[in-house]
Design a protein around this ligand. Structure first.
Ligand code: DX5
Ligand code: ZN
Length: 221
């Protein structure tokens, strides 16, 4: 399995000081910046777009930016995010009319494509595209808000996806998003996740470094 990545979700950062906040979590040991894009249409909340991604790059953030698109339609925003410096771009299959085309579009624009599964989205969306995804993101909350409670059925799903990844023989990151904390991350890692999004658990903590270190120690147990 790949080395574990901690991906703080900037949804819970102080947006008035976003650049500093992102730098602080990266200095504290985070691997990736998780960037939640919500459109008040696919999900009932509105957040940030390519302009903010570009601003983080201009501010000097060089770490991978993991864009989680919670938008519908999907395709027309992809070139803008690629231009703005996104590294990974993941989307919800039911928000795209042509999943295979959207995956191809992300790769054509030089980014790494991912598919996101809501708690009730079936995994058969993966059936014919395992050769085209570089990341599979399992939602352990319904998308739209930070600070929600982890839905335990995500653990079963993680195990199933880990098996599918193994069978594919490809290197695919398996990410978990929603309600991830120091006290459940060990169980989540044991179920097969290697990329851990945490918003409120990291940005809500006083000491980012200690929180990230505690998460890593739990994963390694
Ligand atoms: C929810 C977002 C998550 C969210 C996670 O729709 O995709 O990334 O920020 O927040 P926590 O870690 O607080 O559940
Ligand atoms: Zn997210």
């Amino acid at each position: 399995m790949s080395t574990p990545w901690i991906a703080p979700s900037i949804l819970s950062a102080d947006f008035a000081r976003l650049g500093e906040e992102v730098r602080a979590v990266l200095d504290a040991g985070a691997d990736v910046v998780h960037f939640d894009v919500m459109d008040n249409h696919y999900v009932p909340n509105l957040t940030i777009g390519p302009l903010v991604c570009e601003a983080l790059r201009k501010y000097g953030i060089t770490a991978p930016i993991d864009v989680h698109l919670m938008v519908k339609p999907v395709d027309r925003i992809i070139p803008d995010f690629a231009k703005a410096g996104a590294t990974w771009i993941s989307f919800h299959p039911e928000a795209s009319d042509h999943v295979d085309r959207t995956l191809g579009l992300i790769r054509e624009h030089g980014c790494r494509p991912g598919l996101v599964f809501n708690p009730a989205t079936p995994l058969n969306w993966l059936d014919h595209v395992m050769d085209k995804v570089d990341m599979i993101l399992i939602m352990s909350v319904n998308p739209g808000f930070g600070g929600q409670k982890f839905i335990p059925s995500a653990l079963t799903k993680l195990k199933e996806v880990r098996e599918r990844i193994r069978a594919s023989g490809r290197e695919i990151r398996l990410e978990i998003d929603g309600g991830v904390k120091g006290d459940n991350i060990r169980e989540i890692a044991a179920a097969g996740a290697d990329t851990f999004v945490a918003g409120s658990a990291i940005f809500g903590a006083k000491d980012y470094r200690a929180t990230i270190a505690e998460m890593r120690a739990e994963i390694a147990k």
